[in-house]
Design a protein around this ligand. Structure first.
Ligand SMILES: C[S@@+](CC[C@H](N)C(=O)[O-])C[C@H]1O[C@@H](n2cnc3c(N)ncnc32)[C@H](O)[C@@H]1O
Length: 332
């Protein structure tokens, strides 16, 4: 087993390449995994070996799914894997690469080229012209291609494609399409049957009213709603709606500002709270294989889960640890 960069009773952080680190850990170690891997050709974290800088998005999708084979091995058989991924517009001449306000705030930028950036993303951009995998400006559909690769060729079961709707997403400069204000959060399991704590949300006012007062006073004798009139108004119906309904799969959550951090793609804590509650119990271990600024650890500690993180950049490891320690002081 590789030596952790940091370890205590709450968690363990490894500094290095995710695949190399995970392949050195014992199998079936974690209950669930949640992460946001680098998006393709959007941000340069300036570390050799980083994912997301491949010349072709097809190569990126294949490589990313292979990284998740290593996650699969350390995940318990009844475990779930949650992956937040965003798309890129092919070869557009604007947007990502430098630290624009959009990236710093994680409010969304989906382009492949920054004319002013002399880094590897610009190199990628040049290659795009040669590869011409798609026509310029087309969405690449990377999240969808990744999900298909995972279920077709890597044995995962895809159970949800959750839409993370960002109400505070910035308006984009494009005037020939609609502004994007969502990202995908996929929930995969290893097996058809898996560990899941059902999550509830408040039922609609109208459902509560119906349960209490009956179906508009009408009786329903025929069709698929037959029997509903008896159910509505019963104590069982009232108990069932007041408890709440099964949580839906479009989640409206604002992006969170990042104060004093170099890292520029932080998860909002609320986005990962529900998955962690659904996919684990108190005391379980949760893995984030692309740890970034350590949001997963912070939420895990609030929810009394243990955590394992892997992060390529030592600078981000240090920043994440500082953030975790500061949060512990706040909570104490
Ligand atoms: C989108 S960020 C994760 C953000 C994180 N969810 C948060 O809340 O801060 C992706 C991270 O993956 C890291 N990364 C890229 N390639 C990696 C690799 N091969 N092994 C480990 N980490 C890698 C990057 O340094 C970056 O910090």
């Amino acid at each position: 087993m590789k030596k952790p960069y940091y370890e205590d009773e709450f968690g363990m952080l490894f500094s290095g390449d995710t695949k190399e680190v995970l392949d050195s850990l014992p199998a079936s170690l974690v209950r669930m995994s949640i992460t946001s891997p680098p998006y393709w050709a959007q941000r340069d974290y300036k570390n050799s070996g980083q994912l997301g800088q491949e010349q072709s998005f097809k190569e990126f999708v294949i490589k990313l799914a292979m990284y998740f084979d290593s996650v699969e091995r350390v995940l318990q058989n009844d475990g779930t894997l949650w992956v937040n991924l965003d798309d890129t517009f092919y070869g557009s001449n604007k947007g990502a690469g430098g630290k624009s306000n959009k990236q710093l705030s994680n409010k969304g930028s989906h382009y492949t080229i920054d004319k002013g950036n002399k880094g590897s993303i610009l190199e990628n951009a040049r290659t795009f012209q040669t590869l011409q995998e798609l026509k310029r400006k087309s969405m690449c559909l990377i999240p969808e291609r990744f999900a298909i690769e995972m279920i077709d060729n890597h044995g995962w079961v895809l159970r949800n494609d959750i839409v993370w709707h960002k109400p505070n997403a910035m308006t984009e400069s494009a005037k020939d399409r609609f502004s994007l204000d969502y990202e995908s959060l996929f929930m995969f399991s290893k097996q058809p049957n898996y560990f899941f704590n059902q999550q509830l949300e408040p039922a609609k006012e109208e459902s509560i009213r119906r349960a209490k007062n009956g179906w508009n006073g009408r009786t329903i004798e025929e069709g698929s709603h037959k029997g509903m009139s008896k159910w509505m108004g019963s104590q069982k119906a009232i108990d069932s709606v007041t408890k709440g309904r099964n949580k839906r799969s479009v989640w409206s959550i604002n992006t969170q500002p990042i104060r004093g951090l170099n890292h520029f793609a932080k998860f909002p804590e609320t986005l990962i709270t529900t998955p962690i509650l659904a996919g684990s119990n108190e005391g379980d271990i949760v893995l984030d294989p692309f740890f970034g600024s350590g949001t997963t650890a912070i939420v895990c500690e609030k929810l009394k889960r243990r955590w394992i993180g892997v992060e390529l950049s030592q600078q981000y490891c240090d920043e994440a640890l500082n953030r975790i320690f500061q949060e512990r002081t706040k909570q104490a």
